[in-house]
Design a protein around this ligand. Structure first.
Ligand SMILES: Cc1cc2nc3c(=O)[nH]c(=O)nc-3n(C[C@H](O)[C@H](O)[C@H](O)COP(=O)(O)OP(=O)(O)OC[C@H]3O[C@@H](n4cnc5c(N)ncnc54)[C@H](O)[C@@H]3O)c2cc1C
Length: 255
């Protein structure tokens, strides 16, 4: 079973976001594997351990994204590919096109990605890639069973559960609950240093700059307004309810 996992390196959600001149300041910031992609890596390792085969992790991003790929190798992935080229545009279409150029040349049974990335929140790259490859996909999965060339998945349909059966090769995006990602062991970290790690540019992929041009542009980026202090209503419950009603009507103007 050949499994490709899409790994995006994202801002650690614990970090404080500072916006300067329309961009997020990255100085001294800790970067991690997108948490949803950790579920994808874990699932791929489990399938490989059961069925044999190979797990390849691939990322499109700056050189620092290599750290995320090395973490995935230390978890147990077999090889890594970093597609790194400043000419690749910064939107979901451009990233999906770059991933497509690499993956279309590979042998694969399963592609796993994250449900969405915690920085952009788009949930588009993986499903655009499935469309470009012409393969079926199911997003937001919480269970994946593979048997006889088919996959049966549970899909989180915004609170409801869908059970979907589809033929392989297919692409899935991981939702929280799919598994419990392992931490890299010391032995895993040492082994990762010797695993194959390829760096590819547009020239290696025979890709024209136009194919990976962004089709969207961000016009503005700003932090949400700071939260106002809360208000505590005291007194007997009946008086509190009356005061709450008055405030909702006269100040918040929501009723
Ligand atoms: C269930 C759901 C409901 C939503 N509802 C709303 C709504 O009501 N209103 C609204 O405005 N928005 C909504 N959104 C958000 C909207 O869809 C997002 O703004 C948008 O689609 C952003 O994509 P992304 O950055 O999250 O994901 P992507 O960036 O597309 O990431 C998805 C996955 O693709 C792979 N990937 C991404 N980048 C790379 C890379 N560079 N290299 C390798 N792999 C990569 C990773 O596996 C990643 O986990 C919703 C999203 C979801 C998932």
């Amino acid at each position: 079973m050949n499994i490709i996992v899409l790994v995006k390196q994202t801002f650690d959600t614990e970090e404080k976001i500072v916006v300067e001149q329309g961009t997020v300041n990255e100085d001294g910031v800790k970067f991690v594997i997108n948490p949803y992609d950790e579920y994808a890596v874990e699932q791929a390792i489990q399938i490989r351990d059961d069925a044999g085969g190979k797990v390849t992790v691939v990322s499109v991003g700056p050189e620092r994204a290599a750290e995320a790929l090395r973490t995935a190798l230390a978890m147990g992935a077999d090889e890594a590919v970093l597609i790194h080229d400043d000419r690749i545009g910064h939107d979901e279409q451009a990233v999906a096109a770059a991933l497509h150029a690499f993956i279309a040349q590979e042998q694969y049974d399963i592609i796993l990605g994250g449900n969405f990335s915690v920085d952009n929140g788009a949930g588009q790259v993986a499903v655009r890639l499935a469309k470009m490859l012409g393969i079926p996909h199911t997003s937001s999965i919480t269970k994946l069973d593979i048997a006889a060339g088919k996959a049966v998945v549970h899909r989180d349909a915004e609170g409801d559960l869908e059970v979907v059966e589809l033929p392989l090769p297919a692409l899935f995006t991981a939702q929280q609950g799919l598994n419990e990602p392992r931490y890299p062991s010391l032995q895993g970290i040492m082994k990762a240093k010797k695993k194959p790690f390829r760096e590819l540019s547009l020239d290696d992929l025979n890709l024209d700059v136009g194919a990976v041009a962004a089709r969207t542009a961000r016009t503005e980026l700003q932090l949400p307004p700071a939260r106002q202090a809360g208000k505590i209503i005291s007194g007997e419950p009946a008086a509190q309810a009356q005061e709450l009603f008055r405030l909702l009507r006269t100040e918040a103007k929501v009723i």
